[in-house]
Design a protein around this ligand. Structure first.
Ligand code: GLN
Length: 483
């Protein structure tokens, strides 16, 4: 087996057994990255990676290694990394070298992981196709004329294209699950508050949550063990103990009740995607699970609600980027207004500007009650639907995305692009954990199955996903030479 097809669990064993060193492994991935056409990285940190790998090898030799010591990874370019450019996919931050580490970056460093580079992404995590990056489109490893999904498209393409054994992602409205689904990998968005947002460039603060993007559920558990935890630097981080997420992977799922929301299987869902999702659900039935139809009656309002809440929060978060403090500054400003106006006009891309304008409008006096407040109320109704559903079932399953990966450049109007998020947004609005796991193919493109769990049920979701991956081999398939 090629070393780059190995999972984290396998690589960890190989490192401990001395089959290869972290330096060899790291060099192998760097070579793959540097000859790849996927455009999955904004910055490749070759030297730093080799330094970290050698330090990890030292620890392995001395017998001081942890389970993830020396494992390379791709870090979404939304996480601040001390001394390394952190762009969030934007011209606005093209010159920004972060002076500090995000908590997630710090934790990954503490676990002796090796950062290969910063993964490409939609500008400030706004997008569903990774076509909004200042650094160019990312390509889907299964077919390079297709989108990889967004906004963590670089992360997903890196893992699927075997440029990294795992990647970090962030999910505000689906950005871990949707690219994971379209690239055929495993992605987990934890419960809101499980992973610290400190140093993770904010898009919509009440929705943003970071998580792992991996080949397998077992790997996702290993990485979540490192990423999760209370952080006093993030006031929205939950003061709750971190479980060992690998502990329950092998539990039996006999008797598990699965809810299928009828609203997730209606108009707009591609037939072949529906067939693959239903085949996966059947597989669970054959493993002893019980399937029930449920209803999430307010899910039709997820798109309008999200596309008010997220732009409102982003218009506030991005106001700090004004050409004065840090980031892009226009040439030769005539006065202060000109400095603000041109720095922001030139530094932000089209989609980001659209959202800032929508947000500023919806928050303005006279419109606040009609839009933002209304959206917050509907957000509660959406959460309540889930509360009722989880009284009846253990887990909710459905599609991640209504279609498989579409052609680069084919979706031109923003509203059609927003429709791609229909099945992922509700989990963010409610703050619930969600996963995407590989569940089949339609015309050689991956189809993901979505799992949504109750609050703090990451361990259960990983168990369910792991059990499925013991029975199926969708997650082991690779795009091979197509990349
Ligand atoms: N596609 C959604 C958006 O554009 C979600 C993005 C995300 O989760 N970061 O806002």
């Amino acid at each position: 087996m090629d070393v780059h097809n190995k999972t984290i669990a396998q690589l960890s064993q190989g490192l401990k057994a001395g089959d290869f060193s972290s330096a060899e492994l790291t060099k192998h991935y760097l070579d793959r990255i540097n000859t790849s056409e996927l455009n999955a990285f904004i910055t490749v940190t070759d030297e730093l990676a080799m330094e970290q790998a050698r330090a990890a090898d030292d620890k392995i030799i001395k017998g001081n290694a942890g389970i993830l010591t020396g494992i390379p990874y791709a870090h979404k370019d939304i996480f601040c990394t001390n001394g390394v450019k952190t762009s969030a996919g934007s011209k606005m931050l093209d010159n920004f070298i972060s002076p500090y580490d995000a908590t997630v970056s710090h934790k990954l460093n503490q676990a002796d992981l090796v950062m290969l580079g910063k993964a490409n992404m939609d500008e400030f995590a706004m997008g569903s196709s990774n076509e909004n990056s200042y650094y160019g489109d990312v390509k889907n490893p299964w077919n390079v004329s297709k989108i990889p999904g967004g906004s963590s498209g670089g992360s997903a393409a890196a893992v699927a294209g075997r440029l990294a054994p795992f990647a970090t992602g962030t999910d505000t409205g689906g950005s871990i699950r949707q690219p994971a689904s379209l690239c055929g990998i495993t992605g987990l968005k934890p419960t809101y508050g499980r992973v610290s947002r400190y140093g993770m460039i904010a898009y919509a603060s009440s929705l943003d949550q970071a998580g792992p993007m991996t080949q397998t559920a077992e790997d996702a558990a290993l990485v979540l063990n490192v990423m999760a935890g209370f952080d006093e630097k993030d006031s929205t981080s939950a003061n709750r103990d971190v479980e060992d997420y690998t502990e329950n992977l092998n539990d039996s799922i006999k008797g598990l009740t699965i809810g299928l929301p009828k609203e997730f299987f209606s108009e707009g869902l591609d037939d072949e995607v529906a067939n693959q999702v239903m085949a996966a659900v059947k597989e669970f039935e054959s493993m002893g699970a019980i399937v029930k139809e449920i209803s999430l009656p307010n899910s039709a309002y997820a798109i309008p609600t999200y596309y008010i809440v997220a732009p409102c929060e982003c218009s506030s978060n991005l106001s700090r980027l004004d050409g004065v403090r840090y980031g892009y500054r226009c040439d030769d400003p005539k006065n202060l207004d000109d400095l603000y106006l041109r720095s922001r006009s030139e530094g932000f891309g089209e989609e980001v500007k659209r959202r800032i304008m929508i947000g500023a409008y919806a928050l303005s006096a006279g419109y606040y009650d009609a839009y933002y407040l209304k959206a917050q109320k509907v957000r509660h109704l959406i959460s309540d639907d889930f509360k009722k559903a989880f009284k009846q079932v253990d887990v909710i399953m459905g599609p991640v995305s209504p279609t498989t990966a579409f052609d680069l450049g084919s979706v031109k109007d923003p509203v059609s692009m927003y429709l791609a998020d229909i099945y992922t947004l509700s989990a963010n609005l409610a703050g619930l954990p969600g996963m995407s796991i590989p569940a089949g193919f339609s015309q050689n493109l991956p189809v993901g199955l979505q799992l949504i769990g109750d609050y703090w049920s990451e361990s259960k979701l990983l168990n369910i996903a792991h059990q499925f991956q013991q029975q199926t081999d969708w997650h082991t398939q690779t795009p091979g030479d197509k990349s």
